[in-house]
Design a protein around this ligand. Structure first.
Ligand code: PLP
Length: 361
């Protein structure tokens, strides 16, 4: 029977994409070699790179005045690249902290400037929610406001785009990009590691408004300099070519199945199925307010935590993989990115119901 991988990242990719990549692996476009073995400057590869960018622009409706950069370094690389490119020495930036990744971003940025950390999570009766944005004490003189719309570890998501009164808004969208429609024009910069909704790890997407680049600090490593990346079509140094090609296949797949609008409907349905199972069970619990529950990463706990290891072992036997929660929060976590089919979530819900029935006191 089928196997479903609920890993938070690197995450499962659409099987149809993996089959295509496999069929093309050794003899790509009859060139007698793999796309992995081509020069990034060859005509054949450039066509792949350009098509991927064009498809991403179409999928996200990215305005003309934004650059799309294909970079190295992952989400954490951007934790440094953002301040190095956008924050003059001793200037100030606001960091909205809603979980472990936005907290890590703020900590890294503090190496470069004056970081105003805004704790935006409230805990009421053990249920976490996002404080009203009117209670976020944004600075009057911030160069930018940084936030993480979806916290991968904590499973808390901000659906409304924050209002920043003209201050550029920067978003770490590593675990939410392409999962639902967003208005790119509301952002100064969006970045995302690829290994969840885009493709293999090793590739990082940066979408940046053109008026925000060109002022990088002198000490910015060249490979992290947005201006250099933009001027060189993301080929200042050798890009992660195979990951870029595979991302292109994922973009084609997403276009074929109805784009971001289409997948967002499926994503809402999948998340609803799982939260409903948790809420109705009397056996599992989730600790996030309904208005801020993540569509992509769903942490949950068994009321009887002594059953954790049998839950995980039996799930694995049923082909339901990587459900162990992040080590910092414990419990379980089901990551249900775009590539997780609805059948995978149905199989998980079925397993959880049967397990609960069997172990209810
Ligand atoms: N930001 C978010 C929201 C993440 O989920 C992750 C990784 O899971 C990161 C940043 C770090 O990404 P990377 O490992 O690519 O540096």
């Amino acid at each position: 029977s089928a196997t479903y991988n609920f890993c938070a990242g690197p995450a499962m990719l659409p099987s149809i994409v993996m089959e295509k990549a496999q069929s093309e692996l050794i003899n790509w476009q009859d060139l007698g070699c793999s796309v992995m073995e081509l020069s990034h400057r060859s005509k054949a590869y450039m066509a792949v790179a350009e098509k991927a960018e064009a498809d991403l622009r179409m999928l996200m409706d990215i305005p003309e005045n934004y650059h799309v950069l294909f970079m190295h370094g992952g989400g954490r690389g951007q934790f440094s690249a953002v301040p190095l490119n956008l924050l003059p020495t001793d200037a100030k930036a606001d960091y909205i902290v809603t979980g472990s990744w936005s907290s890590a971003a703020a900590k890294e940025a503090a190496n470069y400037g004056n970081i105003n950390v805004i704790d935006a999570v409230q805990d009421i009766d053990n249920i976490k929610s996002i404080k009203s944005p009117t209670d976020w004490a944004l600075s009057a003189d911030a160069q930018y406001v940084h936030y993480c719309p979806n916290e991968t570890v904590d499973g808390i998501e901000i659906f409304e785009i924050p209002e920043t009164n003209g201050v550029p808004l920067i978003a770490d969208m590593s675990s939410t990009i392409l999962s639902r429609e967003i208005d790119v024009s509301k952002f100064g910069l969006i970045y995302a590691g690829a290994q969840k909704n885009i493709g293999p790890s090793g590739l990082t997407i940066v979408i940046v408004r053109d008026n925000l680049i060109g002022n990088a600090r002198k000490e910015t490593p060249s490979v992290f300099n947005y201006q250099l990346a933009a001027n060189n079509g993301s080929m200042y140094n050798t890009p992660p070519t195979f990951a870029w090609y595979l991302a292109g296949l994922v973009f084609e797949w997403l276009k074929d199945i109805g784009g971001v609008e289409g997948i967002s409907r499926v994503n809402i349905e999948k998340a609803n199925m799982l939260y409903q199972c948790i809420d109705q069970s009397g056996f599992y619990k989730n600790n996030i307010d309904k208005s801020n529950r993540s569509l992509m990463n769903i942490p949950f706990w068994l009321n009887d935590e002594s059953l954790n290891s049998s839950f995980l072992a039996e799930a694995e036997q049923s082909g339901l993989l990587a459900l162990k929660g992040h080590r910092s929060v414990g419990g379980m976590r089901a990551s249900i990115y775009n590539a997780m089919p609805i059948e995978g979530v149905a199989a998980l819900v079925n397993f959880m119901n049967v397990f609960a029935e069997r172990h209810k006191a």
